[in-house]
Design a protein around this ligand. Structure first.
Ligand SMILES: [Zn+2]
Length: 68
């Protein structure tokens, strides 16, 4: 998989795997074993579609409908 660039600052992104903590309504929720890219400079995280779905299921309990 080719390296992408950070959408914020344009530096290199590197692949990571691990737990990421997300703020939910009542408490913070950790999503384990996520594969994502993180900027080497500003630490912006970039998630794939698959990772985003896993985050939404874990944090919000269900897959949300896309709202335009
Ligand atoms: Zn960046």
């Amino acid at each position: 998989m080719k390296n992408d660039r950070c959408p914020v600052c344009g530096k290199n992104l590197e692949w990571k795997r691990g737990s990421v903590i997300f703020p939910a309504k009542a408490k913070k929720v950790a999503v384990d074993n996520l594969r994502y890219q993180e900027c080497v400079a500003c630490h912006e995280k970039v998630f794939s579609q698959e990772a985003q779905e896993k985050i939404e299921k874990t944090v919000y309990g269900q897959k949300r409908e896309h709202v335009a």
